[in-house]
Ligand binder design. Structure first.
Ligand SMILES: *Cc1c(COP(=O)(O)O)cnc(C)c1O
Length: 339
């Protein structure tokens, strides 16, 4: 089975499992797990932030990131298809008491952000407290945000006293695609969330990074929300192993995604990282033809499927999947076939 549904389907490698088995552990709620401490320090430094906190999920890391930037009754601006708006099941409203307003013009629409911004005019309107962006941007197909645009966003935010949040679930992919280092991206933001359980292939784990004060408060909130964890050095060890061994290879995933795109009649140059979005197909047919030949793909819209490459998809498997995708496309898009 070649599983292209998501980069979350990876299994820990034998070497990762060994690192987990060897991990030194302690009670992390007491702050006594040395491996977790090591991971938190490592990631803070990688992201150009003062401190970081280990969380079970990226959603929780985003909650803790925004919790420190926005108080209840304020708003966050984000893209209409941001993960925080579409895929975190309302937690930012429920827990952080914040509202979102969204821009529609791509992953980072500076003009629309300027228009949407609401100054604090007293107790009549919801003021904008933060802007949240995603890099890479999941639902636009793993798009990478341009560093110049992010710098312009930072300059604008400084002028307006607005805080910036980065949902960097796949920041490592952006780094692999551009060669810009993670601290250059991360340092532009007031708080950053990253995942270890996507392209990096750890079985679980995310971190929120920010100022020392912010992270100290996030530690309290993590416990309050039931997210305190005990001897999780075994999990942090998987994350450290992933950071050491699985970042550079993300470039292979990106190359693989380009090959899959070609088979789906998509310009490989439009594929920025490890995702290929195939539009205008009969989704059921596409998924079924693939499944019958041992390739799993995911539907992400009524007429859209998504292919995601990752650690557990080898080059040979990509070559095996390619003709299957050609057949799936031909069956699911009869009018386009042969044109
Ligand atoms: C996966 C993901 C998250 C976090 O998801 P969890 O399932 O909670 O770990 C956050 N943002 C983006 C863009 C993601 O793709």
């Amino acid at each position: 089975m070649i599983d292209l549904r998501s980069d979350t389907v990876t299994r820990p490698t034998p070497a990762m499992r060994e690192a987990m088995a060897r991990a030194e552990v302690g009670d992390d709620v007491y702050g006594e797990d040395p491996t977790v401490r090591l991971l938190e320090e490592r990631v803070a430094e990688l992201l150009g932030q003062e401190a970081a906190l280990f969380t079970a999920t990226g959603s929780l890391a985003n909650v803790l990131a925004l919790q420190g930037l926005v108080t209840a009754g304020q708003e966050v601006l984000c893209a209409a298809d941001a993960h925080i708006a579409r895929a975190e099941l309302g937690v930012h409203a429920a827990v952080n008491g914040l509202t979102t307003r969204t821009w529609t013009d791509g992953p980072l629409a500076l003009d629309q952000i300027r228009e949407l911004f609401a100054p604090d005019l007293g107790p009549f309107f919801v003021p904008t407290a933060a802007v949240s962006v995603e890099n890479t941007h999941n639902f636009s197909g793993g798009a990478v945000l341009a560093l110049e645009d992010l710098k312009a966003l930072r300059a604008w935010a400084d002028e307006h006293g607005t805080r910036l949040h980065l949902d960097g679930a796949r920041l490592w992919n952006a780094v692999a695609a551009t060669g810009v280092d993670a601290a250059t991206y991360g340092g532009l933001f007031d708080a950053v969330a990253v995942c270890l359980s996507k392209g990096l292939g750890a079985p679980i784990g995310s971190l929120v990074a920010g100022s020392a004060d912010h992270i100290a408060e996030a530690r309290v909130w993590r416990k309050r929300l039931g997210g305190g964890m005990r001897q999780v050095g075994v999990l942090a060890a998987a994350g450290l192993h992933a950071l050491d061994h699985h970042r550079e290879r993300l470039a292979d995933d990106h190359e693989h995604a380009r090959l899959l795109a070609e088979s789906c009649e998509i310009d490989p140059d439009s594929v920025a990282t490890n995702m290929v979005v195939v539009p205008d197909v009969d989704v059921e047919t596409f998924v079924a033809v693939c499944a019958a030949e041992g390739v799993r793909v995911g539907a992400v819209g009524p007429r859209t499927v998504r292919l995601v490459t990752h650690l557990d998809v080898t080059r040979d498997q990509v070559e095996l999947a390619r003709p299957v995708l050609v057949r799936a496309l031909a069956s699911s898009r009869p009018t386009a076939a042969g044109s």
